[in-house]
Structures are given as C-alpha cells and as structure tokens.
Design a binder for this molecule. Structure first.
Ligand SMILES: Cc1ncc(COP(=O)(O)O)c(C=O)c1O
Length: 483
C-alpha cells in the first residue's frame, strides 16, 4: 500500500513531470549518482556505531574522508558540513571574532553572515560591490574599495568575502589575499557557490589556492551532492583548529545523516576521478552557449567583458532577457510551463541557470534552443522590460549607530517607513532588485534610504523587511533590552 502523504505525492508529481533542472542541488535529481548508492538509501541511515566514526570527534572513516578531501583541494584541513555553508559561516565567525571586533565585509554577504554577527557581536564595515547596469545586478567588490576600507579600518580583524557571487562573479582574490596578509588580517571566504573551482584550471581559482584562512563551500550547489552538504576548509596557521572544531560542533546536529556524509564522500571522489574531465567538457559546452548569443539583439549572457572588475565562473549562466520585452520572471515561467525547464532564479531582467558536471551537452543545447524559440516570438523591445522603470540608485551604506548584536538584543517597535528617519533598524531590509540590503540591523535610517525604498516599492520591487503597510521595525531605547 502506498501512503499518499502530501509531500510524497507532490514530490512524485514533480519527478514525473521530468523537468530539466538548472538549479541546485547540483546532482540534478541524482543523474550521476550510481544506482547502487541510490537504491535502498535507508540502509545507510545509521549513527555512531562501532566502525562508523563520529563527525564531531572523527578518527576513522570520516577523518580519512576529510583528509582525502583536503589533499584533493589543497587545503590544510577540511571539515564536512551537514548544515550547509550556513553552519560553516556561523562557526567561522564564532571561532575567530569577539564582541566588538571589526570585520570588513561585502554588502552582498549571505544572511548567514548577518546571523553570525548577531551571535558573535562583531561589528561589520560594509563595502558595496559595483553595479552592472546592463544586467541590473551587482558585480563584485572592487579591490581598490577593499584596499581603502582596510586603510580606513586598520584595526579590522578580518575580511569576509563572497566569491563567486550568486551571479558567478569572482573578485581578484590573489591581490586581496596580499592585502590581508600585509595587515595580518584573517581572510574568510564564502565560496558557497564555488565548490567546483578546485577541480579545473580553466575556472577562476578557489580561494583555497591563495591561502585564505577559511573557505566555506556548499557541495550541494555545484557538485553532485545532496542538499545540506558542504565543506569548511582551513588553509593557514592563523586559525586555532581545536577551537574551530568546538565551534563547528555547536552549529552541526549531533545526529548527522550518514546518508548525507556518504554522498558527500562520493561527490568528492567522483569530482577527483571523473569530475575534472566533465568540468572541462562543461566549460566548452557553456562557451558554445555564450557564443550562440554573442551577437543576439534580444538575449545577452553575462561574460567577462560585461564586468568592471573580476571574472566570471563560466558554469553559471546569467541570461538577460530584458530586450525581449519580458521580465525574467515571465521568461522563467514560460520556460517552466511550456518547455519544462526550471531555472535557479528569475529577477526583473534575468534568469540564472546553474550548470554542473551533472549536465551534458543535450541539456544545455535544449536550454539554448528553448530560449531561442521564445525570443523568436518576441519583437525586439527598445524599452526593455519594466525593469527600466526601476532605477537603482547607488546609495551610501547608512551610518551604523549600534552593533547588529546590540540591535538584535534591543526591543523593537513598528513605525511607518516614511517616519523612520533617525531611527535605528532592527532588521535587514533588502529590495529586489537590486538584491543587497538597503539597511542592516544597527544602521540609521536617513532621508535618502527612505526615499529610495519608497520609490522602489512604488515601482513594484519586492522588499524583504517591510510589511504591506510600509511599516518597518526600529529599535527602542537603551533601557529596552531583551533579558
Ligand atoms: C553566498 C551564499 N552563502 C551561503 C549560503 C548558505 O548556504 P547553505 O544553503 O549551504 O547553508 C548561500 C545559500 O544560498 C549563499 O548563496
């Protein structure tokens, strides 16, 4: 008898639709995972039994596998993550930063970074990435901006970078590593989108290669590995490994899934033995994809020449559809409904597709043909999509009045956004587009930020952190602190 539970039913319905996936997880519904591993999965759902080691105190099979990983990617030491890069980011900051310590960070940092600040009490100095106007997305941090931030904040203990970005843009890690080394600062790199980088010389190099102190990777995003799996790599002598192990233990479950661990182990082995060749093939396939649209008047694909600085990871396809007169949302919907293609993300101007070693030439060609097919039916639009009506203004990062942790600990109240001038933000407010925070916890609302948010809202931007009545959370007086 089959129990038609709702998740089972819906997941099966999805499976039966045979959707071609250009999203995470990178195993693409298990395409390259051999049947012997997929069948009867629950027999591997075990625990810390004799011979099966312990993720929190590894000295047997898990330690061996972690060592194999670090040898393979060139790290000093590697740790398996079963709570995603999120756990790695929380642990990295908690292990290295104390309350009041300064950390320079990209404004495009994932929310795990903001949560880490709430926990450890470090104070961020944010740098904004530059904006790629033509695509309506942020590029990456400029080296000169990092250099300036370091000069202006010589007491900073660490630099936290996201590389590659969600859009696959990689900053100049070599130069940046030199800058942090000169100042004796830690370099912590969120390489959640770059677990595949160590496996090819034709991709931007992993930060591991340049001796970043800590590099955190989500295996599940770009390797044939299941959701939640990842790595934390240490690559310097500046990290107290014993302390890091204890901290990592705080953010990982005490009942790690052996299914996840086994499949993570498989993914590493697979990448080493077969993935390298498949990645080279994928790069060639994707170059072909980019080439197809090189002179296209309606479809553009993000490439190195579109960037002010940095370079792209060729496995990430950021496809701008604004000249078709459609939004990325509309284009993504047509791909899904009419062509059975699921993209990773759509925004106003773009669709983002993740390709991994689990994709082959047929997949990518299919995507290419479907995009061509849709765009043929559209008149070239000079006005582009409605995105043009949303003007992304380059605003300064608002002044920080109290640390994110202090804001987190203070009681809040709701006020109308238009009346928030001079108040301290309790939560992050992020408009999409452009997708990076307009204001972060502890920062002061000012007229410019308020006007910009209202303007974006009126033009249809989706804004996280503001409710439907345009109310925002601001912190109350100093005496109002959660116990
Ligand atoms: C840049 C970045 N860092 C960290 C994370 C968190 O990764 P995970 O889902 O593996 O916890 C994400 C997730 O989307 C991300 O995009």
């Amino acid at each position: 008898m089959i129990y038609e539970t709702s998740l089972y039913k819906e997941l099966n319905r999805y499976w039966e639709e045979k959707i071609v996936s250009f999203h995470m997880p990178g195993h693409k519904m298990g395409r390259l995972i051999p049947d012997y591993l997929k069948e009867d999965l629950l027999r591997y759902d075990l625990t810390e039994l004799p011979g099966l080691d312990n993720l929190h105190f590894p000295e047997g099979i898990i330690l061996d596998s972690q060592k194999r990983t670090s040898n393979c990617v060139g790290a000093k030491e590697s740790f398996f993550l079963v709570n995603g890069s999120t756990a790695g980011i929380l642990a990295s900051l908690h292990a290295t930063m104390r309350r009041g310590d300064k950390i320079i960070a990209g404004r495009d940092s994932h929310r795990a970074f903001a949560n880490a600040l709430n926990l450890c009490g470090a104070v961020p100095v944010y740098i904004k990435p530059y904006f790629v106007d033509e695509y309506g997305i942020y590029g990456t941090l400029k080296t000169s901006h990092i250099e300036r931030a370091i000069e202006e904040n010589p007491d900073s203990k660490a630099l936290f970078l996201t590389r590659p970005t969600y859009f696959g843009v990689c900053c100049d890690i070599k130069k940046i590593r030199e800058l942090t080394s000169e100042r004796g600062m830690l370099l912590i790199v969120d390489e959640a989108h770059g677990a595949h980088l160590p496996y090819s010389n034709n991709l931007p190099e992993s930060a591991i290669y340049y001796g970043a102190d800590i590099v955190i990777q989500s295996a599940h995003k770009t390797l044939p590995a299941p959701n939640q799996t990842g790595y934390l790599h240490v690559n310097s002598d500046k990290i107290d490994i014993e302390n890091l192990k204890i901290t990592l233990s705080m953010f990982q479950t005490t009942s790690p899934s052996y299914i996840l661990l086994m499949l993570l182990d498989f993914a590493g082995e697979f990448m080493d033995k077969k993935g390298r060749k498949l990645l080279e093939d994928l790069i060639i396939i994707n170059n072909g994809f980019r080439n197809t649209f090189k002179d296209d008047t309606k479809i553009k694909v993000l490439d190195d020449y579109c960037l002010m600085e940095g370079n792209i990871d060729p496995t990430r396809l950021v496809i701008n559809v604004s000249k078709t007169g459609m939004t990325g949302f509309e284009f993504g919907r047509i791909l899904h409904n009419d062509y059975k293609i699921a993209v990773e993300m759509s925004d106003i101007q773009n669709i983002v597709c993740i390709t991994t070693v689990s994709d082959d030439v047929n997949h990518v060609k299919y995507l290419e043909n479907c995009i061509l097919d849709i765009s043929r039916t559209c008149e070239e639009s000079i006005n582009s999509s409605n995105s043009k009506s949303i003007v992304i203004e380059e605003l300064k990062v608002p002044d920080m009045k109290i640390s994110p942790k202090d804001a987190f600990e203070r009681v809040c109240e709701k006020v109308l956004l238009k009346k928030a001038d001079g108040r301290i933000a309790k939560h992050t407010i992020t408009p999409y587009p452009p997708g990076i925070p307009a204001i972060c916890p502890g920062e002061l609302f000012n007229g410019e930020v308020i006007e910009n948010l209202i303007n974006l809202y009126n033009h249809g931007a989706k804004i996280d952190g503001i409710d439907g009545n345009l109310m925002v959370d601001v912190v109350c007086g100093e005496e109002d602190t959660y116990e």
